[in-house]
Design a protein around this ligand. Structure first.
Ligand SMILES: [Zn+2]
Length: 264
């Protein structure tokens, strides 16, 4: 079986002496795992393949496997769209890693996620072009959540369905809550601003840069990560390193500490 597709490298795991197991998000074949032989050796072929697989580039790949179930091997890889600047800033690099981990957690083998892939590529393009990582992540994670099937609702209150006085967000419900329904549950709800409500209602793309203050970006980022952690039942390994590079104080001041993170 031969697959030719465009892909993003989500994960690399050392395998045997000189190989890697690569997990790729492909445009038409969903998540696939392949063995990339010899990429950790110093041969010329190893070096050029390692370059294509190392960054945040969109790559053209060709894989060969004996059956649809068996893990294939990578026959060819070359860079289709290069994104070379992301690794030059630690914050940008950490932000890009958050995006890739989210994509990895929510991708399934054989299930084409071309919409997720397109949003991911567009987000990585913006990071590569110098977008502020916190703002970009705050504005793109909600859109990714929508595409992986856990979309937020901002049109009406989760309790009484009214469409005004929407002052809170419930991570558990993935929906906004009005002032009177929210009052008894203040500890479980996130207070949101008018700008955050506007963002949740539109989920506009390209991202509406300049809409949110830095504090609002930090709050929205936290809401998004909590929603994702809730949906996949696992902590995201890349979240904490990203937050410490951006500045942990910012997230404390944003006024919402997700329950599952309070202990740490
Ligand atoms: Zn209500």
């Amino acid at each position: 079986m031969r697959i030719q597709d465009e892909a993003l490298v989500l994960r690399r795991t050392p395998f045997r002496e000189s190989s890697l197991v690569i997990h790729l998000l492909t445009r038409n074949n969903g998540l696939i795992g392949v063995v990339a032989k010899g990429v950790r050796s110093s041969s010329r072929r190893g070096n050029s393949r390692r370059g294509a697989l190392a960054g945040f580039h969109t790559v053209n790949i060709e894989t060969i496997s004996r059956s649809p179930e068996a893990m294939g091997t990578l026959a060819n890889v070359e860079i289709a769209t290069a994104r070379r600047k992301i690794p030059f800033s630690a914050k940008t690099l950490a932000g890009a890693q958050v995006l890739l981990e989210v994509a990895y957690r929510f991708s399934v083998a054989g299930d084409s996620r071309s919409d997720v892939m397109a949003k991911l590529e567009s987000s990585l393009d913006l990071l590569d072009a110098g977008a502020e990582p916190l703002e970009l992540l705050a504005l793109s994670l909600g859109v990714l959540i929508h595409h992986v099937g856990y979309g937020w609702r901002g049109d009406e209150c989760a309790g009484c369905r009214r469409d005004d006085q929407l002052l809170f967000f419930s991570v558990r419900r993935g929906q906004v809550v009005c002032q009177s329904c929210g009052q008894p549950y203040l500890k479980r709800l996130v207070p949101i601003t008018g700008n955050i409500l506007k963002y949740i209602q539109k989920l506009a793309w390209p991202p509406p840069f300049g809409l949110l203050s830095t504090a609002e970006q930090a709050l929205l980022y936290r809401i998004a990560i909590s929603s994702l952690v809730r949906a996949c039942g696992k902590k995201l390994m890349t979240d904490q390193p990203f937050r410490s590079l951006v500045g942990s104080d910012l997230f404390t001041q944003a006024g919402y500490t997700p329950t599952d993170m309070r202990a740490s």
